[in-house]
Structure formats: structure tokens, C-alpha cells
Design a protein around this ligand. Structure first.
Ligand SMILES: Cc1cc2nc3c(=O)[nH]c(=O)nc-3n(C[C@H](O)[C@H](O)[C@H](O)COP(=O)(O)OP(=O)(O)OC[C@H]3O[C@@H](n4cnc5c(N)ncnc54)[C@H](O)[C@@H]3O)c2cc1C
Length: 395
């Protein structure tokens, strides 16, 4: 009998398992894959995500892997462009985009080192439900394991969510799709640029590699796929011509293209008797703002804190988990809406006016970089009086 079984061992699951194990709880962490294992992600980590790795004593390990430090960003919407970087956040003056084959094993090994029992290559097939509460999991190999609480950290297609009956209570439609791959021989700092109905994101990963991603509206999916390479390079040329020139001048693509239609943006009910959800299993938004990994870290810690209160008998588990979900939602709602809005690749007039203001006023641009870094909340940045101030300055 475990205190907790965590299903899914990546950005959300491994930290929950690590933090619970560090507090002395008996934890089983399972994943159907075995690390190192890649997954669909462009893997950019914001400063507020790196702050969690620092607090958990994992940042130096990550920095020592050959991952490329980034200290400069170019962000634009159509003709409005800003360059710069956020202020240091708790001493962190850098961002990284480690490959998931680098990041996820570090997280898994940290859970293992903290004392969690780790089972890789172990798919969960169903939840064990007794007297209306989740009591454990059954593996595809028939193994049955029991726990006080089962945590679904099993991504957007979460089996735990489905079988626990976790309903979606807030959603916004996905508007775009992404294609990306990796190149060698390029010298590129962070770019996120939205042109007319298309976006290019590009940043260094590590060991000389550069990721380039393009996004387009879902309605262009079939047309795009008729010639992925040609259309991809055309988008890069239209939106960031200097990157297209570097590719033409000797950049070499080192992997096949990865393409995905985004699922809708959603919040799912994330707790119930004997179960909880964390990471993409409970909350997913358009990846354009690059916050999924950092949010998974923050919410893993939030959940582990509340679970500890319940497991230690400090307060009723149901009450603690309700607080977890409420806090998560309160802290993320504005970022959720922002991601869904810019994911449409066409800004509403007021937001376009804000972007224009960023291009003209360095103070606002710095606030925006700090917003992305996690130092300023969306509630503060997008407060009506702040928006009015910025738009006024742009006129
Ligand atoms: C195209 C794309 C680009 C993105 N780019 C970024 C970015 O630049 N920056 C960023 O911060 N975020 C980005 N994201 C989002 C980010 O990847 C996710 O938010 C993050 O991976 C969520 O982590 P997770 O641990 O919740 O789930 P996942 O990473 O999805 O991991 C879930 C794990 O659960 C396991 N699992 C599932 N079912 C079972 C089962 N039945 N039994 C056992 N194991 C199971 C899976 O094998 C998997 O390892 C992007 C997402 C996409 C799709």
C-alpha cells in the first residue's frame, strides 16, 4: 500500500513524486515509456520554471548538460518588435530549452533519488475503484497497486482523468497547428514572431542544435501538409527572413519534422475521492506562450504541498485538494486566456494596441518580458488601468 501512486513521469509527475518522497511519503511513480524518451514539445522553460528547478537543487544539473543559455529575446507581432530580456528572477538571468530527452531523465532521477519507487515501461490500464473512491491502479501486465491517492500526471489524453470522470469545466477552442524540427549550423537567439496568420518560434536547444517551429491556423492544415518542407521554409522566409537566409547558407536539418494539431485549451476537474490531476492532465493551454513545463513544475509543488497536508492528517484531503485546484485556476486564468487569444495568430484590436505600445515604450516592453518570465502576473499586466496607460502612450 502506497501513500501515492503517480501515473506519468515527466514535468508534472516526477516532481510530485520527488516532493512527496522528500517529505517521507511512500510513493510509486510509473510511466509507460522508459527515459530517455522524446515527446512532442518545443521545451522552452521560463525563468519561473527554472526557479523551481533551482529550489529543488536541479538547476545546476540541467545547466551542466550542454544546454544553451539564452539572455536575449526578439518578440514581434506584425510590424511591432521588441528586443530584450526580463530582469533576473531570484538570481536567474537566463532561460534554457533542453531537449526532453535531457530534462525528463533529470526529473525522474530526482524522484528516484528522493526515495520514490520508479517503474518505467509500465502502462496503467485501469483505475481500481472501491466504494466510490479510487483505490489504486491496474497495469497492462495485470499488476495491481493500491494507494491512498492516485495522481494523474499522464498528459492531455489522461487515462486517470477519463476513468475518474473528470469533466472539463472551462474550454476555449484551439486555433492553430505547429510543425517543428531541429537544425545544426545556425546561430540564433530566441525569436517568437507573429506575421500575418503565421508564427515562427526559434531558439537554441543544446550541443549546437536549434529548434525552429512554425504555427498556422488549423484551417490551413491540409494545404500545409501537401508539401511540409516547402511550406515550412516559406513561412520562415515570410516571417523571419534572416533565419531563412541562415538555413539557405548552410543550416542542416538533423531530424524529421514533427507536426501536431493542438487540442483545445481546457481546465479539467482535478480532484475527487482518492484521485488528483496535475500538469496537462488537468490544465492545458496553447503552447505559444511556452508555459506548460513551468506551470507543471509550479502546480506539482502546489499539489504536493496540499497532498502532504491531507496525508499527514493536518486537514481533510478533500478540502486540501479543493484548495489546490482553486489556487491553480486563480493563478493561471489570465495566462490561459492570453495563450488562447494569441494562439489565434490574429490579435483583437486592444491587444494589438498593447503590442504597438511595447514597441514604442521600453518600460512596457520590460514589463512584458517580466510577465513572460513569471515576475509580473497577467492580472497586473492586463489590468484595465495598465492597458489604458499603455495604449494611451502608444497614441
Ligand atoms: C507542440 C508543443 C510544443 C510545446 N512547447 C512548449 C514549450 O516550448 N514550453 C513549455 O513550457 N511547454 C510546451 N508545451 C507544453 C508541454 O510540453 C506540456 O505542458 C508538458 O509536457 C506537460 O507535462 P506533463 O508531465 O503534464 O505531461 P506529458 O509531458 O504529456 O507526460 C505525460 C506522461 O504520462 C505517461 N502516460 C500517459 N498515459 C499513461 C498510462 N496509461 N500509463 C503510464 N504512463 C502514462 C506518458 O508516457 C508521458 O510520459 C508544448 C506542447 C506541445 C504539444
Amino acid at each position: 500500500m502506497y501513500d501515492a501512486i503517480v501515473v506519468g513521469a515527466r514535468c508534472a509527475g516526477s516532481p510530485v513524486a520527488m516532493l512527496l518522497a522528500r517529505r517521507g511519503h511512500r510513493v510509486l511513480l510509473v510511466d509507460k515509456v522508459t527515459q530517455p524518451s522524446d515527446t512532442v514539445s518545443t521545451h522552452y522553460i521560463q525563468q519561473y520554471g527554472l526557479r523551481k528547478l533551482k529550489e529543488w537543487d536541479l538547476l545546476d544539473t540541467l545547466a551542466g548538460t550542454g544546454v544553451t543559455p539564452m539572455r536575449r529575446m526578439t518578440i514581434s507581432y506584425r510590424d511591432s518588435l521588441i528586443e530584450g530580456f526580463a530582469d533576473p528572477l531570484d538570481g536567474i538571468d537566463v532561460t534554457y530549452a533542453p531537449r526532453r530527452t535531457v530534462l525528463d531523465p533529470i526529473l525522474l532521477e530526482a524522484a528516484d533519488a528522493a526515495g520514490a519507487e520508479v517503474r518505467q515501461g509500465h502502462a496503467v490500464r485501469e483505475l481500481i475503484v472501491e466504494d466510490g473512491r479510487v483505490a489504486g491502479v491496474q497495469g497492462a501486465d495485470g499488476t495491481r497497486d493500491r494507494a491512498s491517492v492516485v495522481i494523474g500526471a499522464d498528459g492531455s489524453g489522461s487515462l486517470v482523468a477519463r476513468q475518474a470522470g473528470a469533466e472539463i469545466y472551462r474550454s476555449l477552442p484551439a486555433e492553430s497547428f505547429v510543425y517543428y524540427s531541429y537544425w545544426s549550423g545556425l546561430d540564433i537567439h530566441f525569436h517568437s514572431r507573429i506575421g500575418v496568420d503565421q508564427q515562427v518560434g526559434a531558439w537554441p536547444t543544446g550541443d549546437g542544435g536549434t529548434l525552429i517551429a512554425i504555427m498556422k491556423p488549423l484551417s490551413r492544415w491540409d494545404e500545409f501538409r501537401s508539401d511540409v518542407e516547402g511550406n515550412f521554409l516559406q513561412v520562415v522566409k515570410d516571417v523571419v527572413p534572416d533565419i531563412a537566409e541562415q538555413i539557405a547558407g548552410g543550416g542542416e536539418r538533423t531530424e524529421p519534422f514533427h507536426g501536431i494539431r493542438y487540442p483545445d485549451n481546457y481546465y479539467r476537474r482535478s480532484h475527487g475521492p482518492g484521485w488528483a490531476l496535475v500538469g496537462d492532465a488537468g490544465y492545458h493551454k496553447d503552447p505559444i506562450t511556452g508555459q506548460g513545463i513551468s506551470d507543471a513544475f509550479v502546480h506539482a509543488e502546489l499539489l504536493a504541498d496540499r497532498l502532504h497536508e491531507g496525508l499527514a492528517g493536518e486537514r481533510p484531503m478533500a478540502e486540501a485538494l479543493a484548495d489546490y485546484e482553486r489556487e491553480r485556476d486563480e493563478r493561471t486564468l489570465s495566462a490561459f486566456k492570453f495563450a488562447a487569444t494569441i494562439g489565434a495568430l490574429k490579435l483583437p484590436p486592444e491587444l494589438e494596441a498593447v503590442f504597438n505600445a511595447l514597441g514604442r515604450e521600453p518600460e512596457y516592453a520590460r514589463d512584458f518580458f517580466n510577465l513572460i518570465a513569471g515576475a509580473i502576473t497577467g492580472e497586473r499586466f492586463f489590468a484595465p488601468e495598465n492597458v489604458a496607460r499603455m495604449i494611451g502612450a502608444a497614441k
